[in-house]
Design a protein around this ligand. Sequence first.
Ligand SMILES: [Cu+2]
Length: 238
Amino acid sequence: MSSWSWKAGLAGMAMLATMAYAVAQTPAGHDALHGQKSSGDQEPPPKLPQGDMQMPMQRGMMQKKMMQGHQGAHGEAGQHEKTMTQSGSASPPTATGQDAFGAIQEIVQILEADPATEWSKVNIAALREHLIDMNEVALRAVATERALGNGIAIAVTGEGRTLEAIKRMVPAHTSELVRLGWNAATDELSNGVLLTVTTSDPKQVRKLKALGFMGVMVQGGNHQPHHLMMARGELHVH
Ligand SMILES: [Cu+2]
């Protein structure tokens, strides 16, 4: 059930983004923006009051039409759109401004939309810590790669918070790499871990060398469902 609502949440969000884009592209949406701008001027054009009367009507009709189309296929998404169009904004922004902020916002919306959410177990702070780990590993860890005859060996190193993140995330990822058909293991280093990924397939050796550290770290689609589990308080170690 959690998987279903997760997908429904994503579908709803994609719908909102499409809707916002569509409204921004319509002539009515464009004129409405224009109208708003000139209404603040000292000397409005003489015909503006008439235009103001017409614009919201045109815009309202167009949005109603679009809403009906969406609502037929996706009732739940339609409810969100209704709220959005009532705000009167022609093209509301969709970017949250920061990727971890957006990821947490998406998860919170999924939890809010699910009547089965057990709020006594919800742990958004744990998800935030993990997203900080992902940031450290993706952007701050130093990866020194060495080509092997059958794969790659990568020394992943860092200090402080980066080192903590490396130790939590890199060894945990080997099981995902093994599940995908590679041999993967880690050895502890004083300032990080040594990740070794190998295969008996020559084609896969070329691919591993091309992927390198970050290429293998992003393998598998385990983060999104794990993030939701973490937020639900059902997964403590990633
Ligand atoms: Cu993750």
